[in-house]
Design a protein around this ligand. Structure first.
Ligand SMILES: Nc1ncnc2c1ncn2[C@@H]1O[C@H](COP(=O)(O)OP(=O)(O)OP(=O)(O)O)[C@@H](O)[C@H]1O
Ligand SMILES: [Mg+2]
Length: 363
């Protein structure tokens, strides 16, 4: 859907290029994230795609059309753009901000009004915000208006420059979740810029890691880049917790679970000791069928049993199949049993151990 071919930008009056020979492709419906240190040419690259900045060289194709031969104004209206630092017009109300491109396109009043209603709802904003000014909204709300404005004319392609940059980590995580839900429905082709590698990994179907001078060091799926960094720059940029970051991309459902040392409540203490020896642990779990009642440490198993008579402890963290292996690892290291128990609602599915999780990192 978007193809950059050997694009270059040398700003007038400078000698070192801001972007040098960058080539990459973004398939239809995918999110590509440009990530890299400050000043590495991310914004410059993004702005060349809708020609807010004219490239010095190279070719840019959007939906098969050569952008450099298109009429620049018309092009900008057909591509949604979220500006770094939000960039809402401060003296226009929220609804006027959102209506910017539809008005330029000459939509009639009724159509614009109903589109604004739709977007306010879509972005989880309140309708009484329509007539407020940007300064009368919170940072997170303003960012959502920025996204709504870019979506207004329903462009197939969106360019987003640090769309969630100006908010605190909690709101940011929520906006990212909302954004992914939205994208699952809208399937836009998106090029997004961030300097936050975690955001790139969370949101990107592909990540492009740029170095100073707009040099593309690596481009690929986040899982692939994390597993096989192309060079030291990429490895450094990904950080020393690269393995753990990869775990955040793998759902529990994709690995085989261990049934775990689960005994029926009627089992004897001798059977419990057998199970503990087999697993090399000093506790057993008690349950029946797809029910897991809890666990009990070895030194509380007195007498011949049954084990169901012991005082059972709850598995504190209950994971689901959609949890990530990173969450599973967190459950493992913060539990007394050193396992993560996985459930589907009340139904017990199995357990994960640190060994099992680390085998996934090494795959
Ligand atoms: N109009 C301009 N004239 C000259 N140099 C410029 C101009 N705009 C940007 N630059 C330079 O080009 C390089 C890339 O800038 P760009 O804004 O693309 O970086 P960025 O990766 O978006 O950085 P940040 O993460 O800080 O937003 C920088 O060195 C910057 O100083
Ligand atoms: Mg920038």
């Amino acid at each position: 859907m978007i193809r950059l071919e050997d694009i270059r930008k040398v700003y007038p009056g400078t000698t070192t290029p801001a972007v040098s020979g960058l080539s990459l492709e973004v398939p239809e419906g995918a999110i590509a994230v440009l990530v890299g240190p400050s000043g590495c040419g991310k914004t410059t690259t993004l702005k060349m795609i809708n020609r807010l900045i004219e490239p010095t060289g190279g070719r840019i194709l959007v939906d098969g059309r050569n952008v450099l031969e298109a009429e620049a104004h018309e092009l900008r209206r057909s591509i949604g753009y979220v500006i770094q630092q939000i960039g809402l017009f401060p003296h226009r109300t929220i609804e006027d901000n959102i209506a910017t491109v539809p008005r330029l396109l000459g939509w009639d009043r009724a159509r614009i009004a109903s589109r604004i209603d739709e977007l306010i709802e879509l972005m989880d904003l309140e309708s009484d915000m329509r007539t407020r000014y940007p300064a009368e909204l919170s940072g997170g709300q303003r960012q959502r208006v920025g996204v709504a404005r870019a979506l207004a004319a329903d462009p197939p392609v969106m360019l987003m420059d640090e769309p969630f940059g100006a908010v605190d980590p909690i709101i940011r995580a929520r906006l990212q979740d909302q954004f992914l839900e939205l994208q699952a429905r809208l399937r836009k082709t998106i090029v997004m810029v961030t300097h936050d590698i975690d955001e790139a990994i969370t949101l990107g179907d592909r990540v492009a890691i740029l170095n100073v001078g707009g040099i593309l060091e690596q481009y690929g799926a986040p899982g692939d880049v994390l597993r096989d960094p192309a060079n030291e720059f990429v490895a450094d940029f990904l950080g020393s917790d690269r393995g753990i970051k990869r775990l955040s991309l793998i759902p529990v459902s994709s690995v085989e679970l261990d049934p775990g040392p689960v005994l029926s409540p009627a089992a004897s203490t001798a059977e419990a000791r057998d199970a503990m020896a087999r697993y090399g642990i000093d506790w057993v779990a008690v349950g029946e069928g797809d029910r897991l009642d809890g666990w009990v440490p070895a030194d509380e198993l007195a007498g011949p049993g049954p084990v169901g008579d012991a005082r059972l402890r709850r598995f504190q963290t209950r994971l689901s199949a959609t949890s990530s292996l990173k969450e599973a690892l967190d459950a493992v290291v913060s539990s007394h049993t050193s396992v993560a128990a996985v459930f589907d609602g009340e139904r017990y599915l199995g357990m994960l151990t640190a060994d099992r999780i680390s085998a996934e990192i090494l795959r």
